[in-house]
Design a protein around this ligand. Structure first.
Ligand code: FAD
Length: 323
């Protein structure tokens, strides 16, 4: 078991974490990034990425994350294959974290970039057809279904927002909901019901997603929640929109969270309630949830961490890795 000390400890290796690392390393903060169970974050489970600036051609999500990791390491980041299982934020900086490996990490500042995970239905075909017609992000993948028939599954704000967004690309959007009324805000419902491109299927639960001969999604099997009747709907794309779970279990009772479990930060800033602890990316953002916004917040967190250190007496070289 080893103790690793740094001026900037980053938990999470998605776009937010790696961007914080790039900025932190270039500010000589000798960052350590702890990767967690999904090195590279959510983009590693997708294929085409077409909206990350700087690339004229479509790029692959896993490739983009490899590039971010390489860039962070080239400028001096140390990447750790570990998952944080405990944090101690009491008493302020420096902050302690314990890894699954038993190693201890001590950071004069802490950037929390643990992200979020889309909730899935857990029905047959869903994971197999993920990226082949089934998605959990209309902003990310809606463009790939231009002029095609799509469905959105869910009944809350996320589902209605996704359905409205998809009408930019498709004239045939069906919202499928397991109840006979929506949970989303009334204003969103009014907008949706007024939109002629969106139709609704009430009291229908998804039984499975089915592939056609070409291996991509061809139809969804539905079960009526009132009568049990089975039906199908042919679609080219299906967007599961039943919410996201931010990875904030570690911070419960230690940092303020909102009602949905997202880390609360000062408006327009990555600062949390504890000076020296910053949050970046999807872990504190339930609104935008994009790679580029996560990266932007990672940059903000690193710059603010640098300013925090400059105002403290931590500007001495860190005792790196007492391994
Ligand atoms: C299928 C799919 C397709 C998408 N497509 C696009 C797209 O085309 N364009 C776009 O802009 N966005 C897209 N997104 C959204 C984008 O991936 C996210 O907005 C972005 O990855 C958020 O970055 P993040 O750094 O905040 O967190 P994440 O990418 O969620 O990364 C979180 C990181 O935290 C780590 N972690 C969690 N807990 C711990 C712990 N206890 N200890 C250590 N590490 C931990 C994880 O291992 C992971 O590395 C897509 C998302 C999905 C799911």
């Amino acid at each position: 078991m080893a103790v690793h000390r740094t001026k900037m400890l980053i938990i999470g290796s998605g776009p937010a974490g790696y961007t914080a690392a790039i900025y932190g390393a270039r500010a000589m903060l000798e960052p350590i990034i702890v990767q967690g169970l999904q090195p590279g974050g959510q983009l590693t489970i997708t294929t085409d990425v077409e909206n990350y600036p700087g690339f004229a051609d479509v790029i692959q999500g896993p490739w983009l994350m490899e590039q971010m990791q390489a860039q962070a390491e080239h400028v001096g980041t140390r990447t750790m294959w570990d998952t944080i299982v405990e944090v101690d934020l009491e008493g302020g900086a420096p902050f302690r974290a314990i890894g699954d490996s038993g190693d201890e990490y001590i950071g004069d500042t802490l950037v929390i970039a643990t992200g979020a995970q889309a909730k899935w239905l857990g029905v047959p075909g869903e994971q197999e057809l993920s990226g082949k017609g089934v998605s959990a992000c209309a902003t990310c993948d809606g463009f790939f279904f231009r002029g095609k028939k799509v469905a959105v599954i869910g009944g809350g704000n996320t589902a209605v927002e996704e359905a409205l967004y998809l009408t930019n690309h498709s004239d045939d959007v069906t919202l499928i909901h397991r109840r006979d009324e929506l949970r989303s805000e009334k204003i969103l419902q009014e907008r949706m019901f007024a939109n002629p491109k969106i139709s609704t299927l009430w009291n229908k639960a998804v039984e499975s997603f089915e592939a056609g001969e070409n291996g991509t999604l061809s139809h969804i099997v539905l079960k009526d929640t009132q009568t049990g009747e089975i039906s199908t709907i042919e679609v080219d794309g299906a967007f599961v929109a039943i919410g996201h779970s931010p990875a904030t279990e570690l911070f419960k009772g230690k940092l303020p969270l909102d009602a949905n479990g997202y880390l609360l930060t000062e408006p327009g800033s990555p600062a949390t309630a504890i000076p020296g602890v910053f949050a970046a990316g999807d872990v504190s953002d339930h609104t935008y949830r994009q790679a580029v916004t996560a990266a932007g917040m990672g940059c903000m967190a690193a710059l603010d961490a640098e300013r925090f250190l400059a105002a403290q007496d931590f500007a001495k070289p860190a005792a790196v890795a007492a391994e």
